[in-house]
Ligand binder design. Structure first.
Ligand code: HEC
Ligand code: HEC
Length: 206
């Protein structure tokens, strides 16, 4: 054991204090959407507006092929913006946009979006059991994508992404067009298209 009880208590107080402060800052923005813009750090305000034009001003994307980034895992957002910029993940729209985001602005942007609430999807049922045909294989995804598919340090949130986006990204890993991860292509190739489709439908409904 290292560190005195004092230092861990103090660290707790600092973390707790920061959490209270974060809630205090976030609360009015949620209660009065007109003020929401004030919560965006000045330095990235213009960029956030650009992102919102497709990813949605309240986090619900304008099209089903555009993923939710509000409430997505911060590490994952940093990596994707970097990968689009480096063309390790190539997409004509996002690679062009990420090309205009400096490395310096990448973390603040990711932190801002990760801190926003995931948008509520009408009709979503987060506790729905998976269909029997894919239940066992879906269990293996949870090792990385976590229990409720809400993501965590090892992998992004999948729950509540659109069916269209999930199906397309799973296919892109399977057919080798998305190569910015070593595990996912193999995992997706081991599934049939029918299984991937059923998984995309199930995850979209959570
Ligand atoms: C013109 C529309 C448009 C704009 C503007 C836009 N995006 Fe995107 N974004 C997309 C689309 C479409 C995709 C999916 C691309 C793909 O399939 O790889 C995407 C994907 C992403 C992803 C990957 C999410 C995931 O789940 O893998 C991130 C992160 C992202 N965008 C961040 C941003 C940020 C930050 C900005 C602002 C600087 C931004 N986007 C602006 C359309 C847009
Ligand atoms: C070994 C850990 C691991 C396992 C197991 C795993 N994944 Fe992933 N998955 C990842 C990581 C890491 C990423 C992000 C890759 C990147 O950097 O773009 C990812 C990305 C994804 C994406 C893209 C999300 C997005 O927003 O674009 C989908 C969809 C996905 N995984 C589905 C699944 C499904 C379904 C399973 C189970 C059949 C599964 N994964 C199993 C680690 C894993």
């Amino acid at each position: 054991m290292s560190g005195s009880p004092f230092s861990s208590a103090r660290r707790y107080a600092i973390v707790f204090g920061a959490a209270v402060l974060a809630v205090a800052i976030a609360a009015p923005a949620v209660a009065t959407p007109a003020l929401a813009d004030d919560a965006v750090p000045e330095k990235i305000k213009d960029k956030v507006q650009v992102c919102n034009s497709c990813h949605g001003a309240k986090g619900a994307p304008m099209s089903a092929t555009t993923p939710v980034i509000w409430g997505q895992q911060q590490n994952y957002l940093v990596k994707q913006i970097h990968d689009y910029r480096a063309k390790d993940r190539n997409n004509p729209i996002m690679s062009a946009i990420a090309g205009g985001v400096t490395q310096e602005d990448t973390r603040p942007l990711a932190a801002y979006f990760a801190a926003q609430p995931w948008p509520a999807t009408p009709g979503a049922n987060p506790s729905a059991p998976p269909p029997d045909s894919i239940a066992a294989k879906l269990g293996q995804c949870q090792a990385c994508h976590q229990k409720n598919f809400e993501g965590g340090a090892p992998a992004p949130r999948l729950a509540g992404l659109s069916y269209q986006y999930l199906a397309a990204s799973m296919k892109a890993f399977a057919d080798g067009t998305r190569t910015n991860n070593l595990d996912m292509p193999k995992i997706m190739q081991a599934l049939t298209e029918t299984e991937r489709d059923a998984m995309a439908k199930y995850l979209a409904g959570l």
